[in-house]
Design a binder for this molecule. Structure first.
Ligand code: CP3
Length: 362
C-alpha cells in the first residue's frame, strides 16, 4: 500500500481534522486549458482521449501541474457505461453527447445488460491504474460514474434535452420500463465503481446531474433509491484505507436530509444552497463538497477571492468541507483565475482548522 503524501481530501470526506480545506474542481481537466486542447487534437477527439489510457493519464495530470489541487479526478465520461452497453456514443461538434441507438423499443430495454468493466470498460480501468502510477502517492485519485437516472436521461432521450419529454413520458406512463433501465444502470455503475476502486481509485463520486429535474416524489423513487442501492453495494475499503463516496445531485436543496441518509460520506452541493445552512441541516452526518458558482471565475481577482472566502466563512470552523465549484468549470474560464481560487482556499482556510478553529469556535 502506498501512503498518500497529501490525504487532506480523504480526511475531510471522513470528517476528520485537517490543517486546511482541500480543493479540487469538477471538470478540472478540460477545454479551458490550452494543453488539454493540444492533447485532444493529437488524440483526434474527446472519445479518443477517454479510450486511450496514456492520453487519459496525460490530461488528468495537466491541471495538477498548474495548480496546487488536493485531488486528481479520472479523465473519462459518465456516458462510457451506456456506450459499453452498445448504444453507440458520439459527440457531434457543438451539440454535446449523442447516442446512435437510444432506447426506443421495449425489447431494446429488456435486452439491456450491465457491461463487464474488465472487458467492455477495460480502457477506464487501465486508465485508473496508469494514473495511480503517475501520481506516485502525491494526491488521491477520485473515480466516478453517472447516476442511474442521469444515465437513463441520455439513453432514452438520445442526447441532451431541455424538457426531458421522452423520459418523463416513460416515467409516468411506463414506470416499469424506466425501473428496469435504472436497475440495470445501478448494477452497471456499482460494478464499474468497484472495479475503479480495485484498480486504485481512492474516493468515488456519483454525478446525478439531472435528478433535480424530477418532481419531489419522483426524485426519491427514480433517482435516490438507486443511488442508495449503489452506495450499499460499493466496496468501502481497499488496500487498508477507507474509500469515501460522494453523491452530487444538481438542484439537491430540497432533499439534503434524504441524500445524507443513504450512507454516502460526502454530499456535493450546487451553488443554489447556502453551504452554512446545508451544514446546519446535515453536517453532523456527512462532509459537504462545493459550492462556488462557476461563473464567479469570469470575474476580476478581487471578486474571485471575495466569493471564495464567503463560502469558507459560511461553512465555518472545523473539518468536513471539500472546496469545489457548484458544477463543472466552464470552457471559457481564464486558467489564471483557477490559480487565484486554489491559492485563496489554501491561504484563507487554515484559520478555520486546527487549534485556531477550536479556540475560535468555542
Ligand atoms: O471532472 C473531470 O475533470 C473529469 C472528467 C469528466 C468529464 N465529464 C469530461 C468531459 C467528468 C467527471 C464528466 C462527467 C459528465 N459527463 C457529466 C456529469 C457532470 C456534469 O457536468 O453534469 C455529464 C452530464 C457528462 C456528459 C457529457 N460529457 C456532456 C453533457 C458533455 C458535453 C459538455 C460540454 O461542455 O460540451 C461531455 C463532454 C465532456 N466530458 C468534456 C469533458 C472535458 C468536453 C469534451 C471536449 O473536449 O470536447
Amino acid at each position: 500500500m502506498t501512503r498518500l503524501k497529501n490525504d487532506t481530501l480523504i480526511r475531510a470526506l471522513l470528517r476528520q481534522p485537517t490543517e486546511y480545506t482541500p480543493v479540487w474542481l469538477m471538470r478540472q481537466a478540460g477545454r479551458y486549458l490550452p494543453e488539454y486542447n493540444q492533447t485532444r487534437s493529437r488524440a483526434g477527439s474527446f472519445l479518443g482521449l477517454c479510450k486511450n489510457p496514456g492520453y487519459a493519464t496525460e490530461v488528468t495530470l495537466q491541471p495538477l501541474a498548474r495548480f496546487e489541487l488536493d485531488a486528481a479526478i479520472l479523465f473519462s465520461d459518465i456516458l462510457t457505461i451506456p456506450d459499453a452497453m452498445g448504444l453507440g456514443l458520439y459527440f457531434a461538434e457543438g451539440e454535446g453527447p449523442k447516442f446512435e441507438r437510444p432506447l426506443r423499443e421495449e425489447w431494446e430495454i429488456r435486452d439491456l445488460a450491465a457491461p463487464d468493466p474488465g472487458v467492455e470498460l477495460r480502457y477506464v480501468i487501465d486508465a485508473v491504474g496508469e494514473i495511480r502510477r503517475a501520481l506516485a502517492g502525491s494526491v488521491p485519485l477520485i473515480g466516478f460514474a453517472g447516476s442511474p437516472y442521469t444515465l437513463a436521461c441520455y439513453m432514452v432521450e438520445g442526447g441532451a434535452s431541455d424538457d426531458f419529454r421522452t423520459i418523463k413520458t416513460m416515467l409516468y406512463a411506463r414506470p416499469d420500463l424506466l425501473h428496469h433501465i435504472l436497475e440495470v444502470n445501478a448494477r452497471a455503475v456499482t460494478l464499474c465503481l468497484n472495479a475503479q476502486i480495485e484498480a486504485g481509485a481512492q474516493a468515488v463520486m456519483i454525478f446525478d446531474t439531472w435528478g433535480g429535474s424530477l418532481s419531489h416524489a419522483a426524485y426519491r423513487e427514480f433517482s435516490l433509491a438507486y443511488l442508495q442501492r449503489i452506495i450499499a453495494g460499493l466496496k468501502r475499503e481497499h488496500a487498508g484505507a477507507r474509500v469515501p463516496a460522494i453523491v452530487f445531485t444538481k438542484g439537491c436543496g430540497n432533499w439534503l436530509e434524504d441524500i445524507a441518509a443513504i450512507g454516502c460520506d460526502g454530499v456535493g452541493l450546487d451553488w443554489s444552497v447556502d453551504i452554512g445552512e446545508a451544514r446546519a441541516r446535515i453536517g453532523n452526518r456527512v462532509a459537504l463538497q462545493g459550492n462556488l458558482d462557476p461563473a464567479v471565475l469570469f470575474s476580476p481577482v478581487e471578486v474571485v477571492e471575495r466569493e471564495t472566502e464567503k463560502i469558507l466563512a459560511s461553512f465555518g470552523y472545523g473539518g468536513g468541507h471539500v472546496f469545489n465549484l457548484g458544477h463543472g468549470i466552464s470552457q471559457f474560464t481564464p486558467p489564471e483565475n483557477v490559480k487565484i481560487l486554489v491559492d485563496c482556499v489554501h491561504r484563507a482556510s487554515p484559520r478555520y482548522h486546527g487549534n485556531n478553529a477550536n479556540t475560535r469556535a468555542s
